[in-house]
Design a protein around this ligand. Structure first.
Ligand code: CP
Length: 305
C-alpha cells in the first residue's frame, strides 16, 4: 500500500505518468467514468478548504465512485478528543482511500501508520501540500510544455506557504530550474527548504524583496497569499498582508509568455484586473486539480483505464 505524504513519495517517472494520465482524462473523460465503481473516498478535513476537498470529491465522482467525510474538526469526534490515528483506523473500515487535511504538521503521516487504506496528505499545517504540487506540475506541463529549463518566481508568504515548500521540493528534481524567492524578510523560505532542498541539490536561487526587479526574468510567477491562520500576532499579519499586489501595470514588466499561477484562495495579492490577462492561469490551474487527483486516486487504488 502506498500513501502520498510528500511530493518525494512519487518518483519523477511516476509523476510523469500521472501527468500523462491526467492529460488523457482531460481529452477522454468518458473512458474513466466507471474506473472507481463501488469505491469510496473519505475526505477528512480538520481545516477549511474549497478547492482541495471539492476537487477530490469531484475527482472520485467523475471516476464513478462515492464520497463521504467531514469538513471541520468540530463536526467529527476530534472535538471529543479522538486521535488522528484512531480516526484513520476507523475510517479505513468505511472507505477505500482517505484524503486528510490537518493544521498540525505531520498529522497525515501519523494517520498513515494506523490506516488500513492509502492516506493522501491534503495539506498539513505550514509543511507540505503534495496534491497542490501535482496540480501545479500538470499546469506547468500543459501551459509551458515542459518541467525543465524554467525560471520560477515564488512570491509572498514563503515561510508558511506549504504549496511553495512542496513545489520547490518537486521541481528541484528537474533539469535547469532556477528560483527567485520573493518575500519580505519575515516571510522568507524556511531553513528546511533552503538547506535540505535548494542547497543540497545545488539549485540556483536568489532571495529578494522586490517583485519588479525579478519580474522580467521569469517564465512563471507563482503568487501566494499571506497565511493569516498561521500568524501568532494579528498586527504582523495586517502589516504584511498587502506587501505585494500584482496588477495590470506590473504585468507590463513581465515576458509575453510568462504565466501567473496561484494555488488560491486569493485575497489582495492579485488585483482582479489581471484576471483577463491571457497569462493569468490560476482558475485553469484549479480545473487541472480535478484531472490530476483523478489520476492519483487511480494510481493509489491500483486501477488503470
Ligand atoms: N489551494 C488550496 O489548497 O485551496 P483550498 O484551501 O481551498 O483547498
Amino acid at each position: 500500500m502506498k500513501h502520498l505524504l510528500s511530493p518525494l513519495d512519487l518518483s519523477v517517472p511516476e509523476i510523469d505518468q500521472l501527468i500523462a494520465v491526467a492529460e488523457d482524462i482531460e481529452k477522454n473523460p468518458k473512458k474513466y467514468s466507471h474506473i472507481c465503481d463501488g469505491k469510496k473516498l473519505a475526505t477528512c478535513f480538520y481545516e477549511p478548504s474549497t478547492r482541495t476537498r471539492l476537487s477530490f470529491e469531484a475527482a472520485m465522482l467523475n471516476l464513478g465512485g462515492s464520497v463521504l467525510g467531514f469538513s471541520s474538526a468540530d463536526s467529527s469526534s476530534a472535538a471529543k478528543g479522538e486521535s488522528v490515528s484512531d480516526t484513520a483506523r476507523v475510517i479505513g473500515c468505511y472507505a477505500d482511500i482517505i484524503a486528510m487535511r490537518h493544521p498540525k504538521e505531520g498529522a497525515p503521516m501519523v494517520a498513515s501508520l494506523s490506516s488500513p487504506v492509502p492516506i493522501i496528505n491534503a495539506g498539513d499545517g505550514g509543511h507540505q501540500h503534495p496534491t497542490q504540487t501535482l496540480t501545479d506540475l500538470l499546469t506547468i506541463h500543459a501551459e509551458k510544455g515542459r518541467l525543465s529549463g524554467l525560471t520560477i518566481g515564488l512570491c509572498g508568504d514563503l515561510k508558511f506557504g506549504r504549496t511553495v515548500h512542496s513545489l520547490i521540493t518537486a521541481l528541484a528534481r528537474y533539469e535547469n530550474i532556477r528560483f527567485f524567492l520573493i518575500s519580505p524578510d519575515e516571510l522568507r523560505i524556511p531553513d528546511f527548504v533552503r538547506e535540505e532542498v535548494l542547497e543540497a541539490n545545488h539549485i540556483p536561487y536568489k532571495e529578494c524583496d522586490a517583485l519588479d526587479g525579478a519580474l522580467p526574468k521569469l517564465d512563471i510567477l507563482y503568487m501566494t497569499r499571506v497565511q493569516k491562520e498561521r500568524f501568532f500576532n494579528e498586527e504582523d499579519y495586517i502589516r504584511l498582508k498587502n506587501h505585494y499586489i500584482l496588477d495590470s501595470e506590473k504585468m507590463k514588466l513581465a515576458k509575453e509568455d510568462m504565466i501567473v499561477m496561484h494555488p488560491l484562495p486569493r485575497v489582495n495579492e492579485i488585483s482582479v484586473d489581471v484576471d483577463t490577462d491571457a497569462r493569468a492561469i490560476y482558475f485553469k490551474q484549479a480545473q487541472y486539480g480535478v484531472y490530476i487527483r483523478m489520476a492519483l486516486i487511480m494510481k493509489l487504488l491500483g486501477l488503470e483505464a
